[in-house]
Design a binder for this molecule. Sequence first.
Ligand SMILES: Cc1cc2nc3c(=O)[nH]c(=O)nc-3n(C[C@H](O)[C@H](O)[C@H](O)COP(=O)(O)OP(=O)(O)OC[C@H]3O[C@@H](n4cnc5c(N)ncnc54)[C@H](O)[C@@H]3O)c2cc1C
Length: 475
Amino acid sequence: MEHLERDVVVIGAGPSGLTAAYELSKAGKTVAVLEARDRVGGRTWTETMDGATIEIGGQWISPDQTGLYSLINELGIETFERYKAGKSVYLNEQGEAIVYEGEDFPVAESTVAEMNKLISLMNELAAQMNPDKPWEHPQAEELDKISFHHFLRQHSNDELACNNVGLFIAGGMLTKPAHTFSALQAVLMASSAGSFGNLVDEDFILDRRIVGTMQGVSKTVAERLGEGIVFLNNPVLKLEWFDGGVVAHGQSVTVSAKKVILAIPPNLYSRITYVPALPRKQHVTHQHQSMGLVIKVHAVYDTPFWREQGLSGTCFGPDALVQEIYDNTYTGESTGTLVGFISDAKADAMWELDEEARRAAVLKGLAAYLGEKALDPKVFYLSDFAAEEWTRGAYATSYDLGGLYRFGPAQNDNVGPIYFSSSDLAGEGFQHVDGAVRMGRRTAARIIATLDGTSYDESYDGVQTLTEIDQKVSA
Ligand SMILES: Cc1cc2nc3c(=O)[nH]c(=O)nc-3n(C[C@H](O)[C@H](O)[C@H](O)COP(=O)(O)OP(=O)(O)OC[C@H]3O[C@@H](n4cnc5c(N)ncnc54)[C@H](O)[C@@H]3O)c2cc1C
């Protein structure tokens, strides 16, 4: 067993932990990162399958995600625009595929009007929220008492409009049924992306991709950290903590440090044995943050055949098995890749089937929108983060009904030398790589201020790097 002494030990080499370690190291602090898996990147992960680039985890970046943009600019990593040209397809309640253009779904005018009314309401509520402090929203307590499902129906009698608007946050983002999380949690999701309007605009929220891969961002940060910093295959299952510091016990490495950053998803905090145990508040809070569940479907074809029919590959079906589909062909590849999503209860049903039946059902789900050619991909792969011990769901964690208002205010408090950093605790960029980066930088800034006995600027949003801020102050 190797023993190390460092200023800070980071548990988890996803984008949040690695960004924190990078900032700490640039500020002259010594760090070690202990990672359970045999790779860095966490919920960002890429493999090449039969010559096609498959982004198994997080991949898109939107224009407001300036925390992530500033990191990739610093690393010299570029982006490319997702393929967006052509018409979209909507699968209606009767299972008919309707080709349409523009922002509005091809539904009755009255339903479009009701959807726009609900979207305006969500925009108003999101504009009143500071995503870092959703529990301070003027209606926070009231909004956290009602499920998003019932909130929508409180404001509209149009079932289809409620279903369609619900899809954007429920299946589309939190990947939980809309009756299991609150309206406050839904408003946070919108506010974290700037507005509900941004969330429902797929050309905004799924704007661009990383040249290379999203996991490549973490790989590059790990390379910049250099040798002897990141230790793979080192799950931390025991953490001793006391006034002056911590001892983190990995599989082959033990690290004594002044501070520790838990850069793991909140649903995994209880996987670690704390000595002494964490305080009551954290014991209770951590039980109310749970992972959503979504299957990311990847199907690669000889060509992007839908483009020949003037289709963008973008498809929506609030009642369909595969609720949304996009053209996910990597820039320059001659093959055509579709990505689709199957959320929550529908994902449960898919995992109940045997492999052959599941493949047939999912491909039928793609073909319902794009025709028979979708039935015969050369690569077919389902992202299964729920089966991954060190994630246990997808995309991310959120509070159950009433949890955000009750437990949220303390979620980012440190417990002595223990700090928490995750995309799932972020305001801006919540549940996204951008939020992971912002949280990593903000947590590093808090720790540096404590170690150096300087003050920490609460309003720091994690966009500028700490070195950039230092350079400004000294200029
Ligand atoms: C299928 C999918 C699609 C997504 N799509 C997008 C997208 O398009 N755009 C976007 O911005 N975001 C997307 N996301 C979300 C994004 O990937 C996450 O928000 C981001 O990766 C979170 O970063 P993190 O560092 O906070 O946590 P993670 O990425 O989860 O990293 C945490 C790390 O901690 C490690 N770990 C856990 N427990 C321990 C332990 N006890 N000891 C040591 N190590 C441990 C894990 O192995 C992991 O490497 C997606 C996520 C999924 C799953």
